[in-house]
Design a protein around this ligand. Structure first.
Ligand SMILES: C[S@@+](CC[C@H](N)C(=O)[O-])C[C@H]1O[C@@H](n2cnc3c(N)ncnc32)[C@H](O)[C@@H]1O
Length: 410
């Protein structure tokens, strides 16, 4: 196949997408991802909250008709996810990944930097067992029913410390009966998480001071979509080592989204970076290469499913044959571990890659690299004098901790 020349990338969004969306639930470890930490001052409860109230309240503070939500984000890229959230009109009272939103949540399901979005409701109970009381149980069910009627989930699962306890089992039974959906502890579509509340705005105002009192309670979070947001509908082909789409989004946002950029994605694999970049807006050119014919075919399937038109070709990224300074932005998720194609392993590959990218990048261009081979990559950077480099983030995903760097020519 001939090497693609940089051309203006075109959106084919107007074409109907007839592919089925077999989405891998990439972040299956989602439930283990810690919640975003609110700023330090928001951890503090008001001093007067130390004396607990005797009567448990059943209503959660709700400003107007807004509902409370929480984002799940891969640790390390919180700043990108929060910046994206801040751009959503009418989102308010953001504390860590938690916020209030008064409108239909569909806009929230279009967030690309978050793994998932949950509806949150806080119950003023000292322990989950109290949720089984008749009145509270009705409230739990009506809350989960509203989430289910929005997301049309066909099954559910519960993530909580002690989910094998009789309380959790009883809760699961009632949810299944009342919502008419199956309890599937492994793959349930509505992920329901129970955990002690840290909501400082909990409880009605003190009648004398008007301040809201913190109080012990439990949060019930329910994922509003049947699949995580990171499991993109365009991913009809998946490959080992495929990049989590929220990491791709973070890399591209931090690289800068400029319409005038001619963009190159060497080692494009299943095409995650190419598709996510094209979805962010037009560019002067967008081209991907991979040395593996199956990877090229896989990327092409995903590109078609995404309704985009992006050129991908089978080419060795170490020797592309492209003219010098063809690109303003090069973004790459480098191979790691055993996924190496050259004698000499990753060391030789990374070294040749850096040389070829230096040749291909324009004078003011940016090279953004994600790698798991952190020690090797940093050693190579330390041994050279042609690149400035800056760390962008280290992300924690599925037991891996790759780092992202931004390089520019000295
Ligand atoms: C970590 S994977 C990229 C995954 C990709 N970001 C995705 O989302 O699927 C690395 C890719 O580099 C490709 N690769 C390895 N050596 C290469 C080379 N010399 N030239 C071009 N591609 C190469 C592999 O075939 C593999 O698809």
């Amino acid at each position: 196949m001939a090497m693609p020349r940089p051309t203006r990338s075109k959106s084919a969004a107007s074409r109907p997408n007839t592919r089925s969306a077999a989405q891998p639930d990439a972040p299956t470890a989602a439930a283990q991802v810690p919640r975003l930490q609110p700023p330090a001052h928001q951890h503090k409860k008001p001093a007067h909250a130390a004396g607990k109230r005797s009567k448990a309240r059943r209503q959660v503070f709700a400003p107007g008709s807004a509902a409370e939500y929480e984002l799940e984000v891969l640790p390390g890229i919180e700043m990108v996810a929060l910046q994206e959230l801040e751009g959503v009109a009418q989102v308010r009272d953001i504390r860590g990944g938690r916020f209030w939103y008064p409108l239909d949540p569909t806009r929230l399901t279009r967030l690309r930097g978050s793994v998932a979005v949950y509806r949150v409701k806080t119950f003023a109970v000292p322990r989950p067992k109290a949720l089984l009381g008749h009145q509270l149980l009705q409230e739990v069910i009506s809350y989960l029913r509203s989430v289910q009627s929005y997301g049309q989930h066909k099954s559910f699962r519960i993530s909580a410390a002690g989910r094998e306890t009789s309380t959790m089992q009883r809760l699961a039974e009632v949810i299944s009966t009342e919502l008419g959906i199956a309890h599937d502890p492994q793959d349930g579509e509505m992920l329901i998480r129970l955990r002690p509340s840290e909501n400082p705005n909990f409880g009605p105002p003190d009648p004398e001071t008007g301040e809201r009192l913190a109080e012990e309670g439990w949060d019930i979070l329910a994922r509003i979509t049947p699949r995580p947001l990171s499991a993109r509908a365009w991913r009809v082909c998946n490959r080992a080592g495929g990049l989590n789409a929220t990491i791709a989004f973070a890399l591209l946002k931090l690289a800068g989204v400029r319409e005038a950029d001619r963009i190159f994605n060497p080692m494009s694999g299943s095409g995650t970076l190419l598709i996510e970049r094209d979805l962010l807006g037009p560019s002067a050119a967008l081209v991907g290469v991979d040395i593996d014919a199956d990877a090229v075919e896989c990327a092409q399937q995903n590109i078609l499913a995404a309704g985009r038109q992006i050129e991908v070709a089978q080419v060795d990224a170490q020797a592309t044959g492209l003219p010098p300074r063809s690109f303003d932005l090069i973004v790459s998720d480098l191979p790691w571990g055993d996924a190496v194609t050259v004698a000499g392993g990753n060391e030789a590959l990374y070294s040749e890659f850096l040389k070829e990218m230096y040749r291909l990048l324009s004078r003011q261009g940016r090279l953004v690299v994600l790698t798991h081979e952190i020690r090797l990559f940093e050693r190579l950077l330390g041994e050279q004098t042609r690149w400035h480099s800056r760390e962008l983030f280290q992300v924690y995903s599925g037991g891996h901790h790759p780092k992202a760097y931004l390089l520019s020519k000295k």
